[in-house]
Structures are given as C-alpha cells and as structure tokens.
Design a binder for this molecule. Structure first.
Ligand code: ADP
Ligand code: MG
Length: 392
C-alpha cells in the first residue's frame, strides 16, 4: 500500500512542518556540496507554489543535544535562499516563544528554517514533549528526509504521531524506486556490491541474493570471498571472521540459481599509496601483495553482464578508487552502468562520488540520497521514518 503523499492534500494557507535532510558537508561555514539541499527543492517548490507556509527543519552533524555555533543552520538558509531566489529566515531556535513569534507572522508562500534539531536532546531521544512542541508550530507534517528515515527521532517519528503526516516528493521517489527494486524488479536484475567490508553490507547481500539474477562482488569485500574459496589474498583487507558468511552467501546463490561473480583477476601493489599496480590472476597473488582493485578481465566481465540487464543496482566502489592507480574497475563499471538501457539505481556516498568524478551522474535513473537509510532499506528493514507515515 503506498504511503500518503503531499500530492494528495490542499496546502493553501496551511502551516507545514517539513523535515528535510540538510546534513551537508561543511568546511568551516562553507557548504562543500549542496546535493542534499537541491534534492529537497521539488518538495520545497511544491509547498511554496501551492501557498503553504513552510517551516523547514533538519539536523546537521552531531552536536549531541548541545548548541554548537559551528553547526548552526544559517549558512544553509542562505544557500537555499540563493537556490530558490526567495528569502529564507533562519531561526536561532527550534521551539518556544521565539519560534512561535516568527511562525505567527508567516504569510502564504513564506519559508523559514528552524535551528539544528540536534541542539535539543529531545530530538535524538524522540522525546514526546519535544515532538509536541515542534508539532505545535504547524497544521501538517511532511517528511522529505530520506537520509534520516532510519532514525526514530522526534522530527522523523514523534511529530508524525501528533500531526497529519505525509511523505514529501523525494521520500516518495526513494520509497517507490527502492521498493520496486526489492519487490517487483524487471528481470534480469543484477546487483554490483563493492566497498570496503562484507560486515557493512552482509544484510544487504543476504537480502539481495534471494532477489537478483546476478550478484557481482568487488572492492575489499571480494577478498573475503576469495579467501573463503581458498585463495591467497596476501596483505589485503580481509575479514577472516566473515569467511563463513561469504560461504553461506555463495551457497544460497547456488541453491537459488543466482549467478554470483567474484574477481578472477585483481590489481595488486605493495601498499594502498602505491602509484602503480600490477595485474594478477587470483591464483597467483602472493604473501607480499595487497589487492586494491578488480583486474581488467573481471571488469570486462562485469561490464558485459551489466549491459544485458533490465535492472541494475550498484553500491560500493570495486577498488580503492580514491587512488587513480586503482580506479580502473570502478570506472569501467561506472561507464557500463551509465551506458546501459536498463533501469539503474546507485546508492552509497563513495560510489556516487566516483560517478560524479566521471561526470556520469546524469546518466543514472535514480541516485539514492540516503547512505545508511538506503542500506537499511535494501536490507529489507522497515525504516521508522517511513513506517510513521499512514498508508494512502
Ligand atoms: P559506498 O560509500 O559507495 O557505500 P563504501 O563506503 O562501502 O562505499 O566503501 C568505499 C571504500 O571502500 C573506499 O574508501 C575504498 O577505498 C574502499 N575499498 C574498495 N576496495 C578496496 C580494497 N580492495 N581494499 C581496501 N579498501 C577498499
Ligand atoms: Mg562510504
């Protein structure tokens, strides 16, 4: 059953408390990447254009329930104001008389931004009285913060229990796209899972192995699969305690007829800082080697497989892509994903960064905005911020 969305409610003259994810990277007071702010614009524009009085709220960083002047939201309000070409008032508080005074003076179409929610200890504690105070500012609650949907906090769950609650447009698109991937994907469906550790993504692998036709493994986590298959991985990143998990995933793939691909060749070097690697078969890696990328033969096989899919999910770089010497596998996969006609979904900060470096982000059908939230969704878990919104 789809969740109730803002598209189903008349916003004219309504006061709307809208939870967004403005948890942007900062260098001092400067925003180094405003992707998250831009991702919320469809909902912000929607509310404004339909005559709502929009009270935006977000967390930023980890102030742990105390005021931290370095984590105020005023720079974000300025950035947003430039993007939408309209003044955005930044409050220095979240609740209380000062907040009420500002909100009481709002006119239809106005936008204000409350102070960092996590300055108040009630936010992360999901304190009902903090949630009620927040709710008292508005008539309607909209959650558009997919990146915070895996947290049961006052602004993601508590408020939804007090006010009529709706999904924003970004949330709606994330839930729809990731939900389709898990429950009704167009086959053939392949997932490429990379990144540093098996332990970060075990639950995702376990959930996906029952849903995909092909699972391709790369990155540091491939070493654990190679080790589980009796290969020598030298000094490579390896989680010995996950070898059994890797075996179990390979066994489940075999039982359910899922093709599970692991590297057949790799790029090795003495250290992660090396400026040049050499390509080896996985059978000839020796004790001095560190595996830092999938090899060209593996990259070609993965790229060819990607080209034949109707649905593709990619999460996690295939090697240490931050170092150009070990970025080849990730680049090859990025180009293949960008080029295919199949429906493509990417999640994970480092994978998205690799795509953006290659200027390929525009070629992807859906780039998920939630790191931890996307992973938990793909694990098949119920996210509290989504569960808190009533069905249609
Ligand atoms: P994402 O953010 O896309 O979900 P992760 O955070 O899981 O990806 O993993 C990215 C990290 O994995 C990068 O820092 C990268 O250097 C590391 N990584 C990838 N391959 C290897 C490898 N072979 N050895 C060590 N680290 C690796
Ligand atoms: Mg990452």
């Amino acid at each position: 059953m789809p969740k109730r969305s803002i598209t189903s409610v008349d916003m004219q003259g309504k006061r709307v408390l809208c939870r967004v994810d403005f948890n942007v990277p900062l260098k001092g007071l400067e925003i180094t990447d405003d992707t998250r702010i831009r991702a919320a614009l469809p909902t912000i524009d929607w509310l404004r254009d339909r005559g709502a009085q929009t009270i935006l709220c977000s967390h930023l960083g980890r102030p742990k329930g105390k005021i931290d002047d370095d984590l105020r939201l005023a720079p974000i309000a300025r950035q947003l104001s430039g993007l939408i070409d309209q003044p955005v008032t930044a409050l220095q508080t979240t609740i209380g008389e000062d907040a009420k005074d500002v909100v009481d003076k709002m006119k239809d179409g106005d936008i204000v931004l409350l102070e960092n929610l996590r300055f108040n200890p009630g936010e992360e504690a999901n304190d009902p009285s903090f949630a009620r105070e927040l709710a008292s500012l508005a008539d309607i609650y909209v959650n558009d913060a997919f990146g915070a949907a895996h947290r049961a906090h006052a602004s993601t769950v508590g408020v939804a229990e007090v006010l009529p609650a709706y999904l924003g447009l970004l949330m709606q698109s994330e839930v729809k796209t990731l939900g389709k991937l898990l429950h009704d994907p167009e086959h053939p469906f392949a997932a490429i899972i990379g990144g540093a550790k098996v332990s970060d993504k075990i639950a995702v692998l376990q959930n996906l192995v029952a849903k995909v036709d092909t699972l391709m493994i790369g990155g540091g986590m491939a070493n654990t699969f190679l080790h589980a298959n009796g290969k020598n991985v030298g000094h490579s990143l390896l989680e010995r305690d996950q070898a059994e998990t890797a075996c179990e995933i390979m066994k489940r793939a075999k039982e359910s007829g899922v093709e599970l691909l692991i590297p057949t060749d790799v790029t090795v070097a003495p250290t992660i800082q090396s400026t040049k690697g050499i390509v080896k078969s996985v059978d000839t890696v020796d004790a001095e080697d560190t595996i830092l990328d999938i090899g060209p033969e593996t990259a070609r096989r993965y790229a060819d497989t990607i080209a034949n899919q109707n649905t593709i999910l990619w999460n996690g770089p295939l090697g240490v892509a931050e170092n150009p010497a070990f970025a080849h596998g990730t680049e090859r996969v990025a180009h293949a994903v960008a080029k295919t006609d199949g429906f493509t979904v990417i999640g994970g900060g480092d994978s998205v960064a690799a795509l953006e470096k290659l200027d390929l982000a525009d070629c992807i059908d859906h780039i998920s905005t939630g790191g931890g939230a996307s992973l938990e969704f793909l694990e098949g878990r119920t996210l509290p911020g989504i569960a808190a919104i009533p069905d249609e």
